[in-house]
Design a protein around this ligand. Sequence first.
Ligand SMILES: Cc1cc2nc3c(=O)[nH]c(=O)nc-3n(C[C@H](O)[C@H](O)[C@H](O)COP(=O)(O)OP(=O)(O)OC[C@H]3O[C@@H](n4cnc5c(N)ncnc54)[C@H](O)[C@@H]3O)c2cc1C
Length: 451
Amino acid sequence: MKEITTKLLVIGGGPGGYVAAIRAGQLGVPTVLAEGASLGGTCLNIGCIPSKALIHAAHDFEQARAQAAGTSPMGIHVKEPTLDLAHALLRKAGVQVLNGWATVEDGKTAVVQVGGETVRVRCEHLLIATGSEPVALPNMPFSGDAGGAIWSSTDALSPTELPKRLVVVGAGYIGLELTFAYRKLGTEVTVVEAASDILPRYDEALTKPVLDALKKAGVVLHLGCSVAGWDAKSGVHVRNARADEFALPADKVLVAVGRRPRATGFGIEGLQLTMNGRAIAIDAHCATSMRNVWAIGDVTGEPVLAHRAMAQGECVAEQVAGKPRRFEPMAIPAVCFTDPEVVVCGLTTAEAKAAGIETIEASFPFAANGRAMTLGAEGGFVRVLARKSDHVIIGWHAVGSSVSELSAAFGQSIEMGARLEDVAGTIHAHPTLGEAVQEAALRALGHALHI
Ligand SMILES: Cc1cc2nc3c(=O)[nH]c(=O)nc-3n(C[C@H](O)[C@H](O)[C@H](O)COP(=O)(O)OP(=O)(O)OC[C@H]3O[C@@H](n4cnc5c(N)ncnc54)[C@H](O)[C@@H]3O)c2cc1C
C-alpha cells in the first residue's frame, strides 16, 4: 500500500475543505486533500452555485416569455460549474489532491481509495470537512437519480425534463428558492410546510413580501400541514392541523426539509468525538474533543452556509500553521435568494429581545429609494437594530430585489462595531439601493431625510 506523510490531511473538498487546504498551502503547511466526489462540494456542484444559476436562468426565461407573449423561444441550460479554478488554486498552493473516498483509521491516519489503489495518509493534523446531505422523509426515500418521483435538491438542480406539477415539501430557503425557479419555468408548484409560516426563522414583516410574491405567481401554499406519504396514482398525502387528509397530485415531489451533517460512515465514529446532536462538536478554535482533530462547515451543524465553512477553513489552516486564531464572528449573513430576496445579518429582533437587550429599531422602505424606483423594485425595506444604550448596530434585516448585495455592508458594520451615527454619517452613492441602509440608520436616530 502506498503511504504519504503530511502535516495536514483535509477530508472533503467543499468550500470549507478546499479553502482550508489553499490557505494551509499558502502558509507553507504540507497539505493533502481527499475528495471522493467533485472538488467544490455541495456548494459548487449541487448547491449554491447551480441553484443560483437555475434561478437566474428561470428569471431570464420568465422575462423572455413575457416579451414573446406566450411563445417559448429558448431552451434553458444550466451550465455545469467549472472546477478548473479550484484545481488550479489548490495546485498553485502546493496542495496534493487525492480523488477518492477517505476512511479514518485513527486521529492521525486515513486510507483513501484512489482509483484501484489504496493510499494510507499519515498526518499531524486531521481536518474533517465532509459536509452534509439532504434529509429524506420516512416512507419517501429519494428516487430522483433512478428516474423516480421523489427528488432531493440535487435532483431538482439537474432535471431531465420540467415536471408539469411539482409539490415542494418544506418552505425553508432551499425549498422556496427552487419554488420560484420552477414556477418561473412554467411548472405548477404547490408548497407544503409543517410550520404555520414560510421561512420560519424570520419575522412576518420580512416574510410577507415573499408570501405575497408566491401567491401572485400562482404558487399554492399549504402551511401548518404535514406530509403522510406518497403514491403515484393520487400523489402526495397531506394532513392538516385538524388531521383531515387530502392528496396533492404531482409528477415530482421535491423534499427540502433540511440537511444532516455527514458525520458517520467513514470511520469517524471510531474516534468517539464529542457530538452536538448529529453534528461534530467544536470549540471556538474549530477544534474537536480530540487533540489535533479539527472540524469545519456543515458537518459541525448550523448555520449550514458556504461562507461560514470557508471562514472556518481559513481559521483552522492558520492555527495549524502556528497562528493564534479563533472563530468568533459577530455576524454570519444569511440570504434567501427568493424573489424578493431576504437577508438577515446579526441578531433578529426576537433574538435581541430574548437576550434581554434594549434596542432601537427602524426601517426604510424601498418605495422611498430612488434607485429602487428606477428598477421598478419598490417592494421591501431595510431595517436596522441597534443597542439603545450606545447605538452599536447588532442586526440588519432586509427584503427586496437584489438585497443580497447589501449583505457585505451589513456584515462589515456589525463586525467593525459601527454605531448608527457611523452609518448615518457615511456618504452613500446616489442613486443606489445602499442609500436605504444609510436612511434606516438616520431614521433610527430620528432624522431620516427621504421619508
Ligand atoms: C440547493 C442548495 C442551495 C444552497 N445555497 C446556498 C447559498 O446560497 N449560500 C450558502 O452559503 N450556502 C448554500 N447552501 C449550503 C452550502 O452548499 C453548504 O453550506 C456548503 O457547501 C458546506 O460546505 P462544506 O465544505 O462544509 O461541505 P460540502 O460542500 O458538503 O463538501 C463536503 C465534501 O466532502 C466530500 N466527502 C464527504 N465524505 C468524504 C470522505 N469520506 N472522503 C472524501 N470526501 C468526502 C463530499 O464529496 C463533498 O464534496 C446550499 C445548499 C444546497 C443544497
